[in-house]
Design a protein around this ligand. Structure first.
Ligand SMILES: [Cu+2]
Length: 278
């Protein structure tokens, strides 16, 4: 058996299995990946996961195919003769291919990731001065997320600065989350919306999301923040524009006495120095 034969067989097996596996992964697995299609950014993350999986499946198949081929073909047989694969050390062709392919993959993914991130921030927190604001961000609905041990509350600067204990969002609307904390570091993770942003005391962390149709989403704290961290979750809703208007008006009425006594709306609040995180 010549050396060329080994390579050709491995490459052919790799080609065949890669085409089948990549098609299966991209067409069947990727569409059901988290976080689903609950928002424009969530859908974007599914697309990105699809691209990443599509690129990495042939790489994984190369490892698997070569591994299985070597196990079968180069194994020690009953005759006692030990077969070894063809030596690749110092092989200029192998080295060139290795460099070209890995460099190409890494550069492509770095470029792709940067372009995708700059398009809309991909649902991540960008600090107080976002450089990846999506088009139309000026008209976004501002919602302040205030994390505290151990819950999230929400303040609505465009609705009289009312603070609510639950979150409803209007459908098909760009939301500008301003995430902050009153005590320790938390993380605002609205799973189905594809949003995750750190909540730090004294810091205004901005994250964009564009809602789609009505949806129930889970809100979790994603940063260990003390003994009841695991209990820090809630349910939010994306509702029709009309339902949202009714809801926010009702919240304004209900919390009017509290709103009058609240500190004025600010982008961040400094924690009480006497308060102990834990
Ligand atoms: Cu927390």
């Amino acid at each position: 058996m010549s050396e060329v034969n080994h390579w050709r067989r491995v490459v052919l097996w790799w080609l065949g299995t890669s085409i089948v596996a990549t098609l299966l992964v991209v067409l069947l697995l990727a569409p059901i990946l988290p976080p689903g299609n609950g928002s424009v950014e969530a859908s974007g993350q599914v697309v990105d996961n699809t691209v990443l999986l599509g690129v990495s499946t042939p790489v994984a198949m190369a490892v698997l195919v070569f591994f299985i081929y070597a196990l079968i073909v180069f194994r020690e047989r009953d005759t006692g003769a030990v077969l070894d694969g063809p030596p690749i050390r110092g092989d200029a062709k192998v080295q060139t291919w290795w460099l070209v392919v890995t460099t190409g993959i890494v550069l492509f993914l770095a470029g792709y990731g940067t372009v995708r991130l700059l398009a809309d921030g991909a649902g991540g927190g960008q600090g107080p001065n976002p450089i990846a604001a999506p088009a139309g961000a000026k008209d976004a609905l501002q919602v302040q997320v205030i994390a505290q041990q151990w819950k999230f509350t929400y303040r609505w600067p465009s609705y009289g600065g009312v603070e609510t204990s639950t979150i409803d969002l209007p459908a098909h609307r760009m939301i500008e989350f301003h995430v902050t904390s009153l005590d320790v570091i938390h993380s605002f993770w609205a799973y189905q919306l594809g949003v995750k942003a750190d909540a730090e005391p004294g810091f205004d962390n901005i994250a964009y999301v564009t809602t789609k149709g009505p949806l129930t989403f889970n809100v979790h704290c994603a940063e260990l923040c003390g003994v009841w961290h695991g209990y820090m979750f809630a349910t939010g809703h994306v509702v029709s524009q009309g339902t949202f208007k009714t809801w926010i008006a009702q919240q304004r009425r209900q919390f009017a006495p509290a709103t009058r006594n609240l500190a004025p709306y600010r982008k961040q609040y400094f924690p009480d120095p006497q308060r102990r995180g834990g």
